[in-house]
Design a protein. Structure first.
Length: 105
């Protein structure tokens, strides 16, 4: 998708992911699941520069609600774009700015 609204929502989500990363991150992985209309499960992991395995990252309680809202906004865009059974997604981001998003049904 390339609509401005989708790009803006994805950028907001990327900003939350980056805000949770430690200094030495190279690759970030966000797993977002939506088990019900009101629940959102987020798991953030990263691979450090020069590292080979991913490590868990805690989401600060102060941003958890807004982070979940940003993930839900991306899900809503995916549903509107023809993925009505989207139950989650995997968002990957590299420190040099590359990203990918895989939808789960």
């Amino acid at each position: 998708m390339s609509t401005p609204q989708y790009r803006a929502r994805l950028q907001a989500l990327a900003n939350f992911v980056v805000s949770t990363m430690p200094e030495d991150w190279a690759d970030a992985i966000l797993r977002a699941d939506f088990p019900s209309r009101i629940r959102t499960k987020l798991a953030v992991r990263y691979v450090p520069a020069g590292g080979s395995r991913d490590l868990a990252v805690a989401i600060d309680g102060e941003i958890a609600y807004d982070f979940a809202q940003a993930a839900k906004a991306v899900q809503a865009e995916l549903v509107n774009a023809g993925n009505p059974k989207c139950r989650g997604f995997l968002f990957r981001l590299t420190k040099d700015g590359r990203s990918s998003l895989d939808v789960d049904y």
